[in-house]
Ligand binder design. Structure first.
Ligand SMILES: Nc1ncnc2c1ncn2[C@@H]1O[C@H](COP(=O)(O)OP(=O)(O)OP(=O)(O)O)[C@@H](O)[C@H]1O
Length: 255
């Protein structure tokens, strides 16, 4: 089976001329189809830098990123933007919803760009709205819905085009615990029922406990990984906490 995404010996160096900072140091990572992988680590350890590279928003200083068999280094800007549109779904903490469009229109946006048939578009939006429990707010504007509903709208938009990979950066960061749990359960269902592949950066051990595997980064290097296996969510949560306690260095930032 071909991996959905691979990072190969990825380095990222910021700055220059005596002021060099290595944000990522020889990172290797493989995510297979159908995985739900978390990335954790102290503040400044390189999580967002790695996610931005996997999202093709940023490029490694050396090493390679291969998504669905294609090296992103071999693509030009136009190919990359088509690739992002067709293959990737993004869920970021700040939602990025357009206030002048309704919830339905926000969700439709990536599909409209892909020029799909209108009936197919509407069917897809209704199906996803049911999945995320936001059908009753489809005709409202973002300014008239709650933070949790905004986040679920953003998540719906991220998956509407059936991307091969969903990338989430602190998706529960701005949510209260009920909304966070709803979103995490939706992501888990998406992974288990629809076999979506999900990669999620999080500070939150509770959020990480929904993943099947969690990678821990420290000082730009891969520190260790935990596999959920047959553990239940509570047991896995405790294992995540154990690793965080030995990870040290800014641990208070992590939990
Ligand atoms: N554009 C940049 N220029 C210089 N240094 C940067 C840049 N972006 C990030 N860094 C540095 O790289 C390191 C990794 O940053 P990154 O945002 O990936 O960390 P993080 O693990 O996501 O942190 P947090 O959990 O606080 O969001 C940090 O020390 C940061 O200051």
């Amino acid at each position: 089976m071909q991996p959905v995404v691979e990072a190969k010996q990825v380095n990222k160096v910021y700055g220059g001329k005596g002021n060099v900072y290595t944000a990522l140091d020889q990172i290797d990572l493989t995510v297979q189809e159908g995985e739900f992988v978390g990335i954790m680590g102290p503040s400044g350890s390189g999580k967002s830098t790695l996610l931005n590279m996997l999202a093709t928003i940023d490029q490694p200083t050396s090493g390679d990123i291969v998504i669905a068999g294609t090296s992103i280094l071999k693509m030009n800007e136009e190919q990359l933007s088509i690739f992002r549109r067709d293959r990737l779904g993004f869920i970021f903490q700040d939602f990025n919803l357009l206030d002048t469009l309704t919830v339905r229109e926000n969700i439709l946006l990536p599909l409209a760009l892909a020029k799909m048939n209108i009936h197919e578009l509407e069917r897809r939006v209704d199906e996803i709205a049911d999945k995320f429990g936001i059908r009753q707010i489809l005709d409202k504007y973002p300014t008239h819905i709650s933070g949790g509903q905004k986040q679920r709208t953003a998540a719906s938009r991220a998956i509407v085009s059936k991307p091969s990979l969903i990338l989430a950066d602190e998706p529960t960061g701005a949510l209260d615990s009920k909304s966070a749990t709803d979103l995490l359960e939706s992501l888990r269902d998406l992974n288990e029922q629809d076999k979506s592949t999900i990669l999620m950066v999080t500070h939150d051990a509770f959020a990480a406990s929904y993943c099947k595997r969690v990678l821990f980064i420290k000082d730009g290097r891969m520190f260790t990984e935990l596999v959920k296996g047959h553990a239940n969510r509570k047991e896995f949560f405790n294992k995540v906490l154990d690793v965080l306690s030995v990870l040290g260095g800014g641990i208070s930032d992590v939990i």
